[in-house]
Design a protein around this ligand. Structure first.
Ligand SMILES: Cc1cc2nc3c(=O)[nH]c(=O)nc-3n(C[C@H](O)[C@H](O)[C@H](O)COP(=O)(O)OP(=O)(O)OC[C@H]3O[C@@H](n4cnc5c(N)ncnc54)[C@H](O)[C@@H]3O)c2cc1C
Ligand code: SF4
Length: 491
């Protein structure tokens, strides 16, 4: 084999690590991905990378992962070095290697007129091997600075921030209101998308590096920001953006209508042996409102619970199967791609707007949704502006409705009452150093940028750690994320 591989993409076709058969995986809560792969297969996939002069894939990755470097190291069998390059930009590559929608891939040069490099598969394979080989170990700091930092929230942003600051020598305590650590990685994303032992082994690493965790403590009500600032030299708020968006139409008060998040959280707790699901889809006709990640996870969970029928409704029109002319490479494609959840069953219904929930038999429980078929005009940013109603009174039977239409900012009322300012979209307002209007109180992750992706949360955690380090010490050796502010892949 020629170790240089400019023509690898001509010799090998794209073959990402596969998923388990939908009929099989729907019967359990184990991860949906194929558990193993052949080394030769991965080397060939790495060979497909051309090591382009301008690696647009890195611009597509929100943290600027050094993709061509680790692709090449896989080709050369230098897995441990590949792992080091992965960790250079990402504290938890398995969080992204399993859950990331991989915006790097449509930005890959090959995606211009061929199939992209299987970047996410290679990322996952490298970090999986790192764990298998025992290469991922605690890295406690060599010296301590004497400074103390409180991180509020233990999602990927809080954990990345904590690990970076601890490695810079500060004493870090993470406060988490839930009984479990990991934020949405643990209580939002289902086990079959991301097994919880993957969070646990990272937490074990963080504890051994010297980070202290305190669960069941809701900062705000339990301890004010002022009290926290008295005890710590700086505070990072990484509290997520879990304020639900609602569907305010007649009948909303009926039983059988729930937000998707508590539904998923209850099943995650059940899988972890902490109680039974409080909302059960077994034998029910389920309607999921919302076409995003949360909606997909609700569909897949309902199937595993034994739902009779599952429909997923989106208010948006179905995107086209191929890129429209105003959406060229390397921008993120606005095309329809079937989700893993719909591979397993269920119906996707598009361009339906819910106008009411109805209770036919007067028992106080929802029996159906009334919807209208709509067509949208979009503004210059592609956001929905005006609608035309094409058809009214479309009835969809339902015994259980799960609302998963997104989030509208951080759950931060207690902090607002203590003087913290929010942006118009309900997220924590912060300056260019990620500091809020309160001195020494910083904001990071979904709480700052709005509900987003795991990869963005990790990047935000790394960036805020660097800003906090500079605030405390006047300078920092911590690297910023390699997020490209003027990415060639931005639409
Ligand atoms: C169902 C679902 C599925 C998703 N699937 C994907 C996916 O497949 N891929 C992907 O990239 N992204 C996915 N996301 C998005 C992703 O999970 C988030 O973008 C990411 O977890 C944000 O990280 P974070 O650390 O900012 O916040 P979070 O993960 O929300 O963590 C915030 C933490 O702060 C805690 N907290 C809040 N207030 C307080 C307080 N006052 N005191 C103490 N603790 C507090 C919360 O309990 C929580 O643990 C999904 C989101 C959901 C809801
Ligand atoms: S973190 Fe996501 S976008 Fe970045 S390289 Fe990995 S899969 Fe691609």
């Amino acid at each position: 084999m020629d170790e240089n591989h400019p023509d690898g993409f001509l010799r090998h076709s794209r073959e990402p690590i596969g998923k388990r058969d939908p009929h099989e995986r729907i019967g359990d809560y184990r991860e949906i991905y194929a558990p193993s792969w052949r080394e030769e297969h991965l080397r060939q996939q790495g060979e497909r990378c051309m090591d382009c002069g301008v690696p647009t894939c890195m611009g597509g990755c929100p943290i600027g992962n050094l993709i061509p470097e680790w692709n090449d190291l896989v080709v050369r069998g230098r897995w441990r070095e590949a792992l080091a390059r992965l960790h250079a930009t990402n504290n938890f590559p398995e969080f992204t290697g399993y859950t990331c929608p991989a915006p790097c891939e449509p930005a890959c040069t090959l995606a211009y007129n061929a199939d992209a490099v299987a970047i996410k598969s290679l990322e996952r394979a490298i970090v999986d091997r790192g764990w298998e080989m025992g290469w991922i170990r605690p890295e406690p700091p060599l010296r301590r600075t004497g400074k103390r930092v409180a991180v509020v929230g233990s999602g990927p942003a809080g954990l990345a921030c904590a690990q970076q600051l601890n490695r810079a020598g500060h004493r870090v305590t993470v406060f988490e209101r839930d009984e479990a650590l990991g934020g949405l990685m643990t209580l939002g994303i289902p086990d079959f998308k991301f097994a919880k032992h993957q969070v646990e082994r990272r937490l074990d690493q963080l504890r051994k590096e010297g980070i202290e965790f305190r669960t069941g403590v809701e900062i705000g009500p339990a301890m004010s920001l002022a009290q926290l600032r008295e005890r710590f030299d700086a505070v990072c708020l990484a509290i997520g953006a879990q304020q639900h968006r609602d569907v305010t139409v007649p009948g909303r008060e009926l039983a059988g209508i729930h937000y998707g998040m508590p539904y998923l959280t209850a099943e995650n707790r059940h899988q972890a042996g902490r109680g039974n699901p409080t909302i059960d889809a077994h034998g029910k006709r389920v309607v999921v409102l919302g076409g995003g990640d949360t909606g997909a996870d609700c569909v897949a969970t309902a199937h595993r619970q034994g739902a009779l029928d599952v429909a997923q409704i989106s208010v948006r029109e179905q995107p086209p199967p191929t890129r429209p002319t105003d959406n060229p490479w390397p921008w993120q494609p606005r095309i329809y791609e079937q989700t893993y959840a719909l591979e397993e069953g269920g119906r996707a219904l598009f361009a339906l707007n819910v106008t009411a929930f109805v209770d036919d038999d007067g028992d106080g429980v929802v029996d159906a949704l009334i919807t209208e078929r709509v067509k949208w005009t979009l503004d210059a940013q592609g956001r929905r502006k005006d609608k035309t109603v094409l058809e009214e009174d479309i009835r969809i039977p339902a015994d259980l409705v799960l609302i998963a239409i997104g989030f509208q900012g951080a759950q931060a009322q207690a902090f607002v009452d203590q003087g913290l300012k929010l942006d118009d979209n309900g997220t924590l307002a912060a300056d260019e150093t990620m500091m809020t209007n309160l001195d020494g109180v910083f904001a990071s992750g979904d709480a700052r940028r709005g509900a987003s992706l795991v990869v963005w949360a990790i990047g935000e955690g790394r960036d805020v750690a660097r800003h906090i380090d500079i605030y405390l010490m006047g300078e920092s050796q911590l690297p910023p994320s390699l997020q490209t502010l003027t990415s060639p892949t931005d639409d």
